[in-house]
Design a protein around this ligand. Structure first.
Ligand code: NAD
Ligand code: TYD
Length: 342
C-alpha cells in the first residue's frame, strides 16, 4: 500500500511512519512536510535510507505540489498542522492557513486521485471543556475554545463535508494528549522533563487542576494503522489514553521518577481560555477490536528515559529559542507569560 503521510517530520507523524515501516513490509510512504519549527528530519534519521520512504518538502496549502505528491497513493494519513495552543493564542494566522485551508487542499486532491481511505487526524480539544465525570463520545457537538481547537474543528467539518458531499472515504480520529519520544519541547511533558534535566523550573499554569487524558504516542500510531485497515469511511473514532490526571498530579509523578524537589515547579498565571478538562470515551474503537498495549506508568518511565538518552536531540531545539524559551524568560523576570496579549 502506498500512503501519503502529511506532517511526517513532526512528533506523531514520525512515530507513525516508523511504526508502519516496521510492521508492514509492503508499505511505501511519501511524507509531505514543509518542515516548520516543529518538523525535524532528525525524527526520522534512522529510516532515512529506507527505500520505501520518501520526503517531499512542500506546503499542504499548495494544490499543485499536493497533487503531485499524492499521485498514485492508495491512502492519505493527514497529520500536518500547527499544533500548539499557546502559539495559537498569540498568533492564530498560521493555524487557519495550515489547519483549515491545507486540509481542504488535501481533500480536493484526494477526490481527484480517487484515494481509497483518508484519515484526518484530529483532537479531543474540538469537543471543548468537559465538566464533571462525562467523557466525550463521537456523537457530541464541537465547542472548541482555543484558536488551535477552533481551526481543528473547522478542518473536521470540512473532512465530514467531503464525505457527505463527494463520498470521499474520510475517517476522522480524535485523540487525547499524546506523549512520548520526539515531542517538541514546548508541550507540557517534554518541557517539564527537559527543564528538570536542565535544573530549570517548570511553569505550571494557574491552579494546576486542569485535567488531561494522557495517551502514549506508540498506542496512538498503532490505533491509526488499525483504523486505516479496519475503520469505516464516514465514521469518527475517539482514541483516548484512559489516564486522566490533573496537571499537578502529572508533575508529581514526573518529579517522583526524576527525584526533583518541589522548588523546581513555579506557579505562573493561567493560559487564557484554558480548558479545564478533556476526557474521551473510546469504546467505539475498542469495539472495532483495537487493543491498547502500553500502561501509562511504564510509558512515562520510558519517555523520561528517552529524553535522558537523547539530549543531543532536544538541546538544540531549546537553544533555538521559540516560545518555550520566550516563556522561560518571562518567568525568570517574574512577568506574566501572556503580558504580550494584555
Ligand atoms: P507537530 O507540531 O509535532 O508536527 C506538525 C508537523 O506538520 C511538522 O512536521 C510540520 O513541519 C508539519 N507542517 C506544519 N505546517 C505544514 C504545512 N503547511 N505543510 C506541510 N507540513 C506542515 O504536531 P503533532 O503533535 O505531531 O500533531 C500531529 C497531528 O495530530 C496534528 O494534526 C494535531 O492536531 C493532532 N493531534 C495532536 C495531539 C498531541 O497531543 N500532540 C493530540 C491529538 C491530535
Ligand atoms: P499542552 O501540552 O500545551 O497541551 P494542551 O494544552 O493541548 O492540552 O498542555 C497540557 C496541559 O499542561 C494543559 O492543561 C496546559 C498545561 N501546561 C502548563 O501548565 N505549563 C506549560 O508550560 C505548558 C506548555 C502546559
Amino acid at each position: 500500500m502506498k500512503i501519503l503521510v502529511t506532517g511526517g517530520l513532526g512528533f506523531i507523524g514520525s512515530n507513525f511512519i516508523r511504526h508502519v515501516l516496521a510492521t508492514q513490509a509492503d508499505a511505501q510512504i511519501v511524507n509531505l512536510d514543509i518542515q516548520t519549527y516543529a518538523g525535524n528530519p532528525e525524527n526520522l534519521k534512522d529510516i532515512a535510507g529506507d527505500k520505501r520512504y520518501f520526503w517531499v518538502q512542500a506546503d499542504i496549502t499548495d494544490p499543485a505540489l499536493v497533487g503531485r505528491a499524492m499521485s498514485g497513493a492508495d491512502a492519505v494519513v493527514h497529520f500536518a498542522a500547527e499544533s500548539h495552543v499557546d502559539r495559537s493564542i498569540l498568533d492564530p494566522g498560521p493555524f487557519l492557513k495550515t489547519n483549515v485551508i491545507g486540509t481542504q487542499v488535501l481533500l480536493d486532491a484526494a477526490r481527484l486521485e480517487k484515494i481509497k481511505k483518508f484519515i484526518h487526524v484530529s483532537t479531543d480539544e474540538v469537543y471543548g471543556s468537559i465538566p464533571g465525570k462525562r467523557r466525550s463520545t463521537e456523537k457530541d457537538g464541537l465547542f472548541p475554545n482555543s484558536p488551535y481547537a477552533a481551526s481543528k474543528a473547522a478542518s473536521d467539518c470540512l473532512a465530514r463535508a467531503a464525505f457527505v458531499t463527494h463520498q470521499l472515504p474520510v475517517i476522522i480520529t480524535r485523540a487525547s494528549n499524546n506523549f512520548g519520544p520526539y515531542q517538541y519541547p514546548e508541550k507540557a511533558l517534554p518541557l517539564m522533563i527537559t527543564n528538570f534535566f536542565e535544573g530549570k523550573t517548570y511553569p505550571l499554569y494557574g491552579d494546576g487542576l486542569n485535567v488531561r487524558d494522557w495517551l502514549y504516542v506508540k498506542d496512538h500510531v498503532a490505533a491509526l494503522a488499525y483504523i486505516l485497515k479496519e475503520g469505516t469511511p464516514g465514521e469518527i473514532y475517539n482514541i483516548g489514553g484512559d489516564t486522566s490526571l490533573k496537571n499537578k498530579e502529572l508533575v508529581l509523578k514526573v518529579r517522583e521518577i526524576m527525584k526533583i524537589p518541589p522548588s523546581l515547579v513555579a506557579r505562573v498565571p493561567d493560559r487564557p481560555g484554558h480548558d479545564r478538562r478533556y476526557a474521551l470515551n473510546d469504546s467505539k474503537l475498542r469495539k472495532l477490536g483495537f487493543e491498547f498495549k502500553h500502561s501509562f506508568e511504564e510509558a512515562l518511565f520510558q519517555t523520561i528515559e528517552w529524553y535522558k538518552t537523547h539530549e543531543s536531540w532536544w538541546q538544540p531545539l531549546k537553544k533555538s529559542g521559540g516560545y518555550a524559551a520566550y516563556y522561560q524568560k518571562q518567568y525568570k523576570k517574574g512577568t506574566a507569560p501572556f503580558s504580550k496579549l494584555a
